[in-house]
Design a protein around this ligand. Structure first.
Ligand code: IPE
Ligand code: IPE
Ligand code: MG
Length: 250
């Protein structure tokens, strides 16, 4: 059975290289808590295991030649979790940046943050700003980390920024169309996601990239995030390449 599975994985990885790859993959990394609960471990153990899949996914996207990867790390709604869990998540983020930044940088990956990080502790903001600055000229893969991110918050923020620009005569309201408006989002000039993956079997958006995913292909995976090994990513890309995107046409 395992041999069969492995063979399939190799096939998927080889097959996807033959066709056009998606430009931008976005992931709602869900199910860390349930992964831990199943193993009678604390939720924090699930988050820690989840960070390993983050690194695997970043590396595999780089290897495949994906240009943009957006990972949902912490939502504007996640502040409603117990303080201990929030603190642990922030601790993991700092640990991730300290331990993996050099490797990420060596892999020519650029780190961007989507979300309002001003609410985070000063030391965390400093770590993040250092990572953004260090990697700012990297060109292989753009890694967007959505942190204190909410899709509605992003649209509201964009509207306010646009209002300021109109008020100060930096832009004319007549020149604002969908493409111009998008530049005010955290994702700026980046292309919209081609693929949205959500792990753990939940089938909802949870306030992620509301504006950008108008024509994104959705993939709901039953496995929890700590089980999302690169073979799952290959399978999603393979399925994506065999879908028929019409964008309203025929
Ligand atoms: C996703 O896993 C990680 C974050 C939201 C930070 P969860 O912590 O939501 O895990 P479940 O959904 O409770 O299993
Ligand atoms: C979405 O997962 C947020 C992240 C993965 C960071 P949640 O677990 O917070 O979403 P809900 O509460 O199940 O909708
Ligand atoms: Mg969850």
């Amino acid at each position: 059975m395992d041999i069969f599975k492995n063979n399939n994985n190799i096939i998927f990885k080889e097959e996807i290289k033959k066709k056009e790859l998606p430009n931008h993959i976005a992931i709602i990394m869900d199910g860390n808590g349930r992964w831990a609960k199943k193993r009678f471990l604390p939720r924090t153990a699930g988050h820690r295991e989840g960070v390993k899949r983050v690194m695997d996914t970043v590396e595999e996207c780089g290897n495949l030649g994906i240009k943009y990867l957006t990972l949902y790390a912490f939502s504007t709604e996640n502040w409603s979790r117990p303080k201990d869990e929030i603190d642990y998540l922030m601790k993991l983020l700092v640990e991730f940046l300290r331990k993996k930044l050099q490797k990420i940088h060596n892999n020519n990956v650029r780190i961007n943050i989507l979300g309002d990080i001003s609410r985070l502790d000063k030391n965390i903001v400093e770590e993040i700003e250092y990572a953004i600055d260090l990697t700012k000229n990297n060109t292989k893969l753009e890694l967007n980390i959505a942190l204190n991110y909410g899709g509605r918050d992003e649209i509201l923020r964009a509207s306010k920024l646009l209002y300021e620009d109109i008020k100060n005569n930096r832009v004319s309201i007549n020149d604002i169309n969908e493409e111009e408006f998008k530049k005010y989002l955290y994702t700026g000039n980046q292309p919209d996601p081609d693929i949205l993956i959500r792990t753990s079997g939940e089938k909802r958006l949870s306030n992620f990239l509301n504006y950008q995913i108008a024509y994104t292909e959705f993939f709901f995976i039953d496995e929890n995030w700590p089980e999302f090994y690169p073979d799952k990513l290959h399978r999603v890309i393979y399925d994506f390449q065999n879908r028929n995107r019409r964008f309203g046409g025929i």
